[in-house]
Write a protein of this length. Sequence first.
Length: 258
Amino acid sequence: MKFPLSLHGLRLLVLLCFAAPFGYAAPDPNFHLYLLVGQSNMAGRGAVDEDSKKADPRIVMLTKGLEWAPATDPLHFDKPVAGVGPGLAFGKIMAAKVPAARIGLIPCAVGGTSIKLWVPDAFDSVTRTHPYSDMLDRLKVAQKEGVIKGIIWHQGEADRSAPDAYGALLRDLVARMRRDCGAEVPFVAGEISSFDSNTTELTQRFNAAIHALEGKIERFNCVSTEGLSHKGDRVHYDTASARSLGERYAEKMAELQK
């Protein structure tokens, strides 16, 4: 016996028949998305140079206006001083490792922010942004076209004075971001650097708190900042160091993806 389609069934059939022509195509599995999150050393403060403007058609960035564009430095737009950070070098290595993929970089870092501002609806009064909520809005736009493959996080200078509390906050952040991304994606965090002897001990304790999460959180790792240099302000990495940091992030990300 044949039963007539219900109204709901008829609507579903119409959607299935007409989804593709009207732009409901599934995200491209070969368009790999990466979130770039944290504070100023992720956003980048290195001097822009000739290499900054050399675009690769396989590497794109989500602009402030939520459009895809060839990835060039500065990727970020958190403050007018945004420059070279680790993101572009990271993208180039990831593209080289997966020749069949396009790489979509989603810059979301906000200079000066504490990890305590990376929670839903928290407001940064300096930039007048909502770092975490804004990140989610940008991610949702990107996920219409691609698939999230990983997160890189560089933050901590704003929280250096409380190293013993940082581990639990970072653990919560990883879980929250993965939940909101809808996937248990690899998460790579970075050490912070001490360019001042007065902060050496605190920095060591801070970095130890990050490394303590290795092995406790699935698909989590940390990159070293050993040997990196500042741009003269004893806080921000110079151009060469920022790129080196990005390459280190890419190597750790590739290890976790295996």
